[in-house]
Design a binder for this molecule. Structure first.
Ligand SMILES: Cc1cc2nc3c(=O)[nH]c(=O)nc-3n(C[C@H](O)[C@H](O)[C@H](O)COP(=O)(O)OP(=O)(O)OC[C@H]3O[C@@H](n4cnc5c(N)ncnc54)[C@H](O)[C@@H]3O)c2cc1C
Length: 388
């Protein structure tokens, strides 16, 4: 019996017209403008400014910023679609856009007062890249043990400390820096500050040489008596831990999007290659052994996408999503590792060379289990909810 589709009952992956058009435009851009650069960007660990300018023109650097501030006036789900579509071609581009939207813009939209929004949202929509600086050499998973200190001096705060692993550090104009303004109060002293690149006492240090997402810069930040006006406190003094928790809870859905995007890219490559590559007189995709591996990969990827989209939709709907966000990150990063590894296998010896794109996606996948909370930290969140 054939049944008429009831479009009033959407699937989790059903896209509204505006979502589909937006996704398609970003996908087209990724294919036309990112794909030709991806290999060189990876090899030289460089992100060309001209590509950043194009991302601003495309409207993916201020997705949730209201149009009145020059942004695209979209929802969190649009950010997920953009990160996924870009990561399918280059996860380094995906994460630059991800940090800009799901961490930096997100934090400013939620915690910024009118003055902060008026000063920074138009810049972030038009040309400023943002970065989010929580981690330090000694505090990663235990993020609130951070040792950067902020001392109040008149109508300024003076910050001293070092941040490590800061994505977009090389390109960013604005940094959300977390420092403790009242160490006796423990984590309740942590405060979020908006630091401009040219504030006195601020410098970007060493850039890491990495396994994957090599074009995405990961830098140390040095704050030596860095003077920040009181007006640049994001949220309230002592509420930085809330700023951090709330943005990272949402941000990790963006990492899920990066992971499903890159897994889709690898699967697409594997499908076309196995249909073309001949062994034993037939396309290797004709062998049931290969077909089943591809089918399993596609199933795992679909499950990951459902988790990511559902978490994003819960967030946009104002419903609780903490556990679902943690689940989507754990699962999608593992799926990405499995799918990219299979893609390398199915390319055979060629998969192991830099002449084909799958080895890069395999390297890029690894970061999903580490940043914005390692897989163990996500499992801890899920277990806490499970066990009460
Ligand atoms: C490429 C890259 C980009 C990054 N970008 C940013 C950024 O933009 N901003 C930012 O602030 N940070 C960023 N980070 C930092 C990242 O979030 C941290 O690396 C991550 O949180 C892990 O911290 P760590 O490296 O100190 O590892 P650790 O916390 O030392 O963890 C080491 C291992 O121990 C495990 N572990 C630790 N504690 C527990 C526990 N209680 N139970 C079980 N297992 C545990 C972890 O799961 C992990 O496997 C980035 C990191 C990388 C590599």
């Amino acid at each position: 019996m054939t049944q008429q589709a009831d479009l009033a009952i959407p699937a989790v992956t059903t896209l509204a017209d505006d979502e589909r058009m937006f996704r398609d435009s970003v996908r087209q851009f990724a294919d036309d403008s990112v794909r030709p650069l991806a290999r060189e960007m990876d090899e030289h660990a460089k992100f060309p400014r001209s590509l950043i300018d194009q991302l601003f023109e495309l409207g993916v650097m201020g997705i949730e910023i209201p149009e009145s501030f020059g942004g695209s006036g979209g929802r969190f789900f649009h950010s997920v679609l953009a990160v996924e579509a870009l990561s399918r071609v280059d996860p380094s581009v995906g994460v630059l856009v991800d940090v800009q939207n799901t961490l930096v813009v997100n934090a400013l939209m939620r915690w910024g007062n009118d003055d902060i929004k008026r000063r920074y949202l138009p810049l972030l929509s038009a040309r400023w890249v943002g970065a989010y600086a929580l981690s330090e050499a000694g505090s990663g998973s235990d993020a609130f043990a951070l040792s950067a200190r902020a001392a109040e001096r008149g109508d300024e705060f003076v910050i001293t400390g070092r941040k490590l692993w800061i994505t977009n550090g090389n390109e960013a104009d604005l940094f959300i820096v977390f420092a403790n303004a009242n160490p006796e109060a423990g984590y309740r002293g942590i405060t979020a500050f908006l630091v401009e690149r040219d504030f006195p006492g601020f410098a970007v240090g060493k850039k890491e040489d990495k396994l994957g997402i090599r074009a995405s810069s990961t830098c140390e930040l040095l704050l030596d008596e860095c003077r920040v006006p009181r007006a640049n406190v994001l949220g309230e003094v002592g509420k930085g831990y809330k700023v951090a928790i709330e943005t990272l809870n949402e941000g990790r859905i963006g990492i899920g999007a990066q992971m499903i995007g890159l897994a889709q890219g690898a699967l697409d490559h594997a499908v076309s290659y196995t249909k073309e590559r001949k062994q034993f007189g037939r396309a290797i995709a004709d062998f049931q052994g290969v077909q089943f591996q591809l089918a399993r990969a596609a199933t795992e990827l679909e499950a990951a996408r459902l988790l990511v989209y559902n978490a994003a939709r819960l967030r946009d709907g104002g419903r609780p999503f903490l556990t679902e966000a943690a689940m989507c990150k754990v699962f999608s990063s593992e799926a990405a590792e499995h799918v990219t590894s299979l893609a390398v296998n199915l390319f055979g010896g060629y998969g192991f060379t830099k002449d084909y794109p799958v080895e890069k996606l395999y390297r890029d996948a690894k970061i999903g289990q580490i940043y914005e909370g390692t897989s163990n930290m996500q499992l801890q969140t899920i277990a806490k909810q499970l066990l009460g």
